[in-house]
Design a protein around this ligand. Structure first.
Ligand code: NDP
Ligand code: 2IT
Length: 444
């Protein structure tokens, strides 16, 4: 058994039942063999054992009172995974499916993603099993205030800087920031994704979706292609999906389908994004309503069917494991050529293999969705400098970062003899910097 295989087996035994964490660790560790073989000193320093064990895991109780006076208790999490190259950085997810395994998989991915951005940010992730759906604004505020009343003691602008993720957007970040500021009496860049009136950055809202499309467009450019006229399917209809759709459409793509957790809409004439924004951003409604408002569009219950729609480009932007092997095979049979992951770990290990075996250009999440956290790091830079950059300036930096990540990943894959394997390229390119910093710090 190799060193990498042994670390993976030990990780599975020592973290029993954490299936999402096992999945992310498997995807990452097995691709690192070539780097590990080139650096025997890593094994001596137990580098992988340390890399896969969070530096700190905070678990806490979050009690809150609903509008009828009933008391609820949720679980709160913050996993401070790795601070070798910068303060812990990563989002907060509020969704009933959140558990320690989910937060650890997201945290592990975040370490390498943040490294790929080229900016000084370590990896962390947090959240709660709280379900924001159907809650009033006051209930959301009560929950966020209670969550921050514990979290504040663990974070800080130079320590750990959370942001949004599923279920945490501008409204939640606002309530979380308000409570942090009240408790600490400090107006600092302790959260990103803040509103523009209190230290946020222009383009942060758009950054993940735009960044995903910038990278996919760069992969197309290298092959003499563009988005123009390409039929595209985007899953989800939240922050990442909406702005991926906006930029893809701007570049000429024909986006024909999107979904929420209840079902998908198909619009052969091309999605009308203003209608999606009205339903999702303004009304916080269900995507089903799109089919009632737009002639020629249809709604189908359930999510999986979206992957049976023929398309050249698929951009999964909802959640983990939304594309399994069967869905991947259906996409391949229907002619998909580019898959860009906007969500974190949206493809199962089997789906990734299917795409790679079929020579689909597969851009893995930690590279393709890094635009969000990269722009968060730009927000941190603006906060520290007490500056405010224009939208054009931030967008230009975001584009440069995404194009650079693509080429760094491409080069890393080629360097180790795996041309076109962007999963290997992203893991290796992200890991090299973190490994170097961890070695420099000694056994800590
Ligand atoms: P949002 O909460 O804004 O949107 C999430 C979308 O995904 C909604 O349409 C939601 O549907 C759908 N969804 C969530 N869970 C499920 C599920 N189990 N099955 C089907 N659909 C589901 O989140 P974001 O857009 O911010 O995040 C989407 C993905 O992108 C996540 O994987 C996140 O980790 C990743 N990501 C986000 C970044 C960011 O900057 N926000 C940065 C990088 C990655 P419904 O409303 O019905 O729940
Ligand atoms: O998964 C992610 O990269 C995010 N949810 C964004 C994290 C951030 O700190 O902006």
């Amino acid at each position: 058994m190799t060193y990498v295989q042994r670390v993976l087996e030990d990780l599975k035994q020592r973290n029993p039942g954490e299936k999402e964490f096992h999945q992310a660790a498997t995807e990452i560790l097995l691709t690192l063999e070539p780097v590990i073989n080139a650096h025997p000193e890593y094994q001596k320093a137990a580098l992988l054992e340390r890399f896969t064990e969070p530096e700190r895991t905070v678990l806490f109780r979050v009690p809150w009172v609903d509008d009828n006076g009933n008391v609820h208790v949720n679980k709160g999490y913050r996993v401070q995974f790795n601070s070798a190259i910068g303060p812990y950085k990563g989002g907060l997810r509020f969704h009933p499916s959140v558990n320690l395994s989910v937060i650890k998989f997201l945290g592990l991915e975040q370490i390498l993603k943040n490294s790929l951005t080229g900016l000084p940010i370590g990896g962390g992730k947090g959240g709660s099993d709280f379900d924001p759906k159907g809650k009033s604004d006051r209930e959301i505020m009560a929950f966020c205030q209670s969550f921050m009343t514990e979290l504040f003691r663990h974070i800080g602008a130079d320590t750990d800087v959370p942001a949004g993720d599923i279920g945490v957007g501008a409204r939640e970040v606002g309530y979380l920031f308000g409570q942090y500021k009240r408790i600490r009496n400090e107006h600092v860049g302790v959260l990103t994704g803040r509103g523009l009136s209190y230290g946020g950055s222009l383009m942060r809202k758009e950054a993940t979706g735009y960044g995903l499309v910038y990278m996919t467009a760069e992969a197309m450019k290298q092959r003499g292609e563009t988005f123009e006229g390409k039929v595209t399917v985007i899953s989800g209809s939240g922050n990442v999906a909406i702005y991926a759709c906006e930029k893809a459409q701007e570049l000429g793509a024909k986006v024909v389908a999107m979904y929420d957790s209840n079902g998908y809409i198909y619009d052969p004439n091309g999605i009308k994004l203003d209608v999606i924004k009205q339903i999702k951003e303004v009304e916080r409604g269900r995507i089903k309503e799109y089919a009632d408002r737009v002639a020629g569009a249809t709604y189908s219950e359930g999510c999986k069917g979206i992957w049976t729609i023929p398309c050249e480009v698929a951009l999964p932007c909802a959640t983990q494991n939304e594309i399994d092997e069967e869905s991947a095979k259906s996409l391949i049979a229907n002619g998909v050529r580019y898959v860009g992951e906007g969500a974190n770990m949206p493809s199962t290990l089997e789906a990734i293999s299917a795409f790679q075996n079929a020579n689909v250009i597969f851009l893995p999440a930690k590279a393709a969705n890094a635009g969000g956290v990269a722009t968060s790091a730009l927000e941190m830079a603006q906060s520290s400098g007490r500056l405010f950059w224009s939208a054009e300036e931030v967008d230009a930096k975001l584009k440069t970062i995404m194009v650079n990540i693509y080429h760094n990943v491409d080069k890393a894959a080629k360097k180790y003899g795996y041309e076109g394997n962007y999963v290997m390229g992203a893991n290796i390119a992200g890991f090299e910097k973190v490994a170097e910093a961890m070695m420099a710090h000694g056994i800590v």
